[in-house]
Design a protein around this ligand. Sequence first.
Ligand code: PEP
Length: 256
Amino acid sequence: MRSKVVVGNWKLNGSLAGNDALVRALLREIPRNGAAACAVCVPYPYLAQARELLQGSAIAWGAQDCSRHDSGAYTGEVSAAMIAEFAARYAIVGHSERRTLFGDTDAIVVAKFAAARRAGLTPIFCVGETLEEREAGRTEAVLARQVDALLQSGGAGGLEGAVVAYEPVWAIGTGRTASREQAEEAHAFIRGRVAAKVQPNIAARLPILYGGSVKAANAADLFAMPDVDGGLVGGASLVAEEFVAIWRAAGAAVKG
Ligand code: PEP
């Protein structure tokens, strides 16, 4: 059975004092022997603070993006190796906000995934359709295009040890959540696509997180679905009680 994982995406939020209070509140409630795994993906300048506060705890940390380049004349970029120097475990790649606001194409996302891998980070590879695409009946075609871009580049095993996040763009930061049936349908499609294109056992082990307005009130419902292996949580990860409640819902789903 796959374990459940809950990852917070702080986006462009935080301050040294605010992060300190938030993380200490999480540490009081999330023990080392919890049933679900937990992590926070923080803005780059706070990676050092995350390491200082979280090392030795049950909460891993990571970044929200990384450069596709390893080094060189790329002003403003942050390499995966730099992120890894702060003992980070994760780098989110292909978040819809990067795809839509910052021009990350499938090819760029795939290159970032590979860069994260080279640095020993676990990429959290985000995919998802827009509302327009869903309403046009193109959800599966969009997911197939995004997943295939990665599988074709990485060959068999490209997703081994990585994490996928299904994040319907229409549900991110909108308060609109996919129903558990919609989430399960998309997750099962992604898993089936990976199974068909690479080894089925890699697909069976692959954690597929749901993201899009996950809150304490809907987490248990979503996490009960067989192909939903936890959540990538934006807004609610900034409120300790909400995030802890979501993490507890993931743990409860593990225990069944
Ligand atoms: C996200 O940032 O990945 C996300 C899912 O945001 P929210 O939970 O706020 O919709």
